[in-house]
Design a protein around this ligand. Structure first.
Ligand code: NAD
Length: 456
């Protein structure tokens, strides 16, 4: 589409002015972004309330506060990250020195989903700005209020030839994918991730794909039951389970199953109330089609807790389904809602086998007091990232690269990883002109023999 073509060209022209590479320009841009998010905190909360019925507490902890912490960390460290890094030089290169320069790719496209519409649009943008890029953000059409506010916020802060928000759905997204960007950062479903990678492959554009999948959560017989129940209830039902790294299904050791479930019920009531449908702060399902999709799972297995829905308000209460097997429809795809299927096991090795039959998950959680069990399972199972004795908390550390593996994604970000993701690492050898070691030249006497002594 003509307007996107012209927008991308304007950004490319601006990038060539070199202004975005200036470290002070980058830091000032990040500070402006931080100040604007602080200034618009109330409006952002109101938009999230309207789009998803997110409570102010969740809006702040998982979106606004999250990106503010990321901004602070980046602003404080950027000068050191951006410096060329001197690396070792082998003896064969005597006389020279070696450096890695981090240079911005140019113009980045950021496509975001609806479940954390601020965090997942602004998070990658922080990396893009920090690394010195221009960027176009395509937020989700399913959270229109927040996307509108993001557009307003960004357009008040930055000229469109630097950072711009393009609103729209599949059509806008695909039209943007037809343009030649220098980097594509996509967060969303596995199915759309494939489409994005295909489009990127046509233009050989590098990508980061932050995708989803079914993330397992295991509670072993030696786990601290009360703590596990509380931490799992929080990780699963935050944002009504619409979290890419939410525990998708629960594996309980047979010997603690009843005890755990009884405790789990209590913890859920503590966190979300005995009547969650009446809790004004329980997040709703994003739209009718997701609501209907989720409701269709409610007849799987046996309902241990919950199961009630409020169709007008698109709310589903925290629900636990027991007597579930891998043949049940709920075990086919990522659930992405407040419904939790429970499987039981005797041998941990059977659980590992079952997980290996599935695509590699984005997240993984194990609750156990035994270091050898923790180590064994961490060695055995491949996953994007995860926690031992907790859920979803790893996402909030700027020191831990966040991303998937296999079907759950390619690449990672957060903290310095965001800066690295949006930077090309340019290797440079600086050679001396004071002398010239002759062995590499073909006309040197006995050259091959000398080379053979060095390169072996
Ligand atoms: P989605 O893939 O449907 O949409 C994501 C974005 O892609 C939206 O902006 C949308 O407009 C665009 N899009 C949709 N269809 C498209 C198409 N055919 N061509 C081009 N663009 C298209 O995902 P969603 O429903 O918004 O989000 C839920 C999914 O995202 C879940 O699978 C979840 O696990 C995943 N997710 C992953 C992470 C992560 O960090 N790894 C975070 C949040 C969500």
């Amino acid at each position: 589409m003509e307007k996107y073509h012209s927008l991308v060209n304007k950004q490319k022209e601006f990038f060539r002015t070199e202004q975005t590479k200036d470290i002070n320009f980058r830091i000032t841009s990040l500070q402006k972004l931080r100040d604007a998010i602080r200034f618009k905190e109330k409006e952002l909360m109101a938009a999230l309330r309207e789009d998803l019925n997110k409570s102010d507490f969740e809006a702040y902890t998982t979106e606004i506060g999250f990106v503010l912490a990321e901004l602070r960390f980046t602003i404080n460290n950027l000068r050191s990250w951006a410096k060329p890094k001197k690396v070792k030089t082998p003896k064969t290169h005597f006389g020279s020195t070696s450096y890695v320069y981090s240079e911005p790719y140019g113009t980045a496209l950021i496509i975001a989903p609806w479940n954390y519409p601020i965090q997942l649009a602004i998070g990658p943008l922080i990396g893009a700005i920090a690394a010195g890029n221009c960027a176009v953000i395509k937020p989700s059409e399913l959270t229109p209020k927040t996307s509108e506010l993001l557009e307003e916020l960004i357009s008040e802060l930055f000229p469109e030839h630097y950072i711009s928000v393009v609103q729209g759905g599949v059509e806008a997204s695909q039209a943007l994918l037809n343009e030649k960007f220098d980097y594509i950062f996509f967060t969303g479903s596995v199915a759309v991730g494939r489409i994005v990678m295909e489009a990127a492959a046509k233009k050989l554009t590098p990508v980061t794909l932050e995708l989803g999948g079914k993330s397992p959560c295991i509670v072993h017989k030696d786990a601290k039951i009360k703590l596990a129940a509380k931490r799992i209830a929080w990780g699963k039902f935050t944002n009504a389970g619409q979290t890419c790294i939410a525990p998708d299904y629960l594996y309980l050791h047979k010997s603690i199953k009843d005890r755990f479930l009884a405790q789990f019920k209590q913890e859920i009531a503590e966190l979300y109330g005995k009547q969650p449908l009446e809790n004004p702060n329980f997040t709703r399902i994003v739209n009718r089609s997701h609501f209907d999709r989720l409701r269709s799972y409610l007849n799987n297995g046996e309902t241990f807790l919950g199961g009630k829905t409020e169709s007008e308000k698109l709310i589903i209460e925290p629900t636990i389904l027991t007597n579930i097997s891998w043949e049940d429809p709920i075990m086919e795809d990522e659930i992405f809602g407040p419904i939790f299927p429970v499987l039981e096991y005797d041998n941990l090795s059977d659980v590992v086998e079952a997980i290996h039959r599935q695509p590699k998950p984005l997240a993984f959680y194990i609750f156990s007091e035994s270091k050898s069990i923790q180590d064994k399972i961490l060695n055995n199972v491949s996953f994007g990232g995860g926690c031992v004795n907790d859920t979803i908390y790893h996402v909030a550390s700027p020191h831990l690269p966040f991303g998937g593996v296999g079907n759950s994604g390619i690449g990672a970000y957060h903290g310095k990883s965001s800066f690295d993701t949006f930077s090309h690492k340019k290797s440079v050898l600086k050679q001396t002109t004071r002398f010239d070691i002759p062995v590499r030249y073909p006309n040197i006497k006995n050259g091959l023999n000398i080379i053979k002594k060095v390169l072996k």
